[in-house]
Structures are given as C-alpha cells and as structure tokens.
Design a binder for this molecule. Structure first.
Ligand SMILES: O=c1nc[nH]c2c1ncn2[C@H]1C[C@H](O)[C@@H](COP(=O)(O)OP(=O)(O)OP(=O)(O)O)O1
Ligand SMILES: [Mg+2]
Length: 199
C-alpha cells in the first residue's frame, strides 16, 4: 500500500515516517508532488483542518492520505494559539517568531499557571470517500526560555514533566513514545492495517 502524508512540515514528516517504518507502507509526502497548492486551513477545529488537508491530498493524488492538524493550547491564554498555532505571529508562519510571541504574552504569568497541551487530530482519507479521525494530547508547561534543539515548532518551550525535559531535549524516538501526534498515530494503525487488507 502507498499513502501520502498531507503535510508540508518537515518535522511532522520526519516523525510520521519514523512511526510508519514497521507498517510496510510506502510513504510519499507533499514534497514529492509537483505543483501542490496549499490548502486554506479555515476550519474551526483541528479535526476540520486535518480533514480538509487529507481530502485535498486524496483529490490531487488518488492515494490514501494521512493528514495531521495540531497545535498548542495554553490555559493562561484561554486555549490560544489553538488552531492558529502555525500563524500565531502572522504570515509567513515562523516558529521563531511564534515562540517569541508566546514568551512575551506569558511574561508575567507565574510558573504554576503555565499549563499547556499539544493536541493533534489525524485524518486518514481514502479515494472511496471514507474518512477516519484519531486524536492525541500531551500535557506540559511553558518554560520562560528555550531549552533544546531537536524537534520543531514550540518544542523548545514545552516542558514534559514525566521526562523532566522539553520536547526539544527529547530524541525522535522519545518524542514518538509520548507526543500527541504519536498517540493519534498509534490509534490510526489498525485503520491503516484494515485498509491494507481491503486494498
Ligand atoms: O510536535 C510538535 N512540537 C512543536 N510544535 C508543534 C507540534 N505539533 C504541532 N506544533 C505546532 C507547530 C505549528 O505552529 C502548529 C501546527 O500547525 P499545522 O497547520 O498543523 O502544521 P503546519 O502548518 O506546520 O504544516 P501542515 O499544515 O502542512 O501539516 O502547531
Ligand atoms: Mg498548516
């Protein structure tokens, strides 16, 4: 079976490709597709946006598509940036500026009020029009300065209590054990296996 990862994000592609290695599935990404036009992510929820991206990739390629829409919810910001995580500091999307904006907004927020979570909605869409949704979350704290250089996005500011490290201080294998994306992906494995059998 061949599937397309409906994402432009190199960090996500790396993580998902690693999660897929044992699944005997050939994996393409949008980077392999000529003249891909970015989907407008105008859904109200992560699930809506993941569905938009997955369906657009099915339409373009005729393959089974797997899309991830994800982001950060900060309690002290009433759940922001949420679905706006990628463009938090405006266009074009930029991790560095997003992290700076987050630090600035939380400047006066004390340590015990810096709870946050990453959320991921993952949609598998098929050329037959089927759609399957799985979700994952991971809880953490927003630090007052960056730590670590791995990962992407908000990882350097996202502290995971169980590991006493930020997401950016975890190896790819460690992040793939606990992340929101890995949790959503693991729930999607039986769906992919069933599609593989059905052909
Ligand atoms: O594990 C993560 N570690 C750190 N940050 C993360 C993570 N997962 C999502 N995030 C942040 C990055 C981006 O600001 C937003 C995702 O936005 P989102 O639209 O889903 O992805 P994107 O635009 O980068 O790529 P694409 O839409 O092509 O999949 O949440
Ligand atoms: Mg996006």
């Amino acid at each position: 079976m061949k599937i397309i990862l409906a994402t432009q994000n190199k960090g996500k592609i790396r993580e998902l490709q690693e999660l897929l290695v044992d699944e005997e599935i050939e994996v393409l990404s949008l980077q392999d597709i000529k003249d891909w036009e970015d989907v407008e992510e105008n859904g109200k929820t992560f699930a809506d946006n993941a569905s938009l991206k997955a369906k657009a990739a099915v339409k373009k390629t005729g393959l089974i598509a797997l899309a991830d829409d994800s982001g950060l919810e900060v309690d002290a910001l009433d759940g922001a940036p949420g679905v706006y995580s990628a463009r938090f500091a405006g266009e074009p999307k930029d991790d560095e500026r997003n992290n700076n904006k987050l630090l600035q907004l939380l400047e006066t927020v004390p340590d015990d009020q810096r709870q946050a979570r990453f959320r991921c909605a993952l949609v598998v869409a098929t050329p037959k029009g089927e759609e399957f949704l799985t979700e994952g979350t991971v809880e953490g704290q927003i630090l007052t300065q960056r730590r670590g250089t791995d990962g992407f996005g908000y990882d350097p500011l996202f502290f995971v209590p169980e590991y006493a490290r930020t997401m950016a201080e975890l190896t790819l294998a460690e992040k793939n054990k606990l992340s929101h994306r890995a949790q959503a992906f693991r729930k999607a494995i039986p769906i992919l296996q069933a599609l593989k059998i059905k052909g």
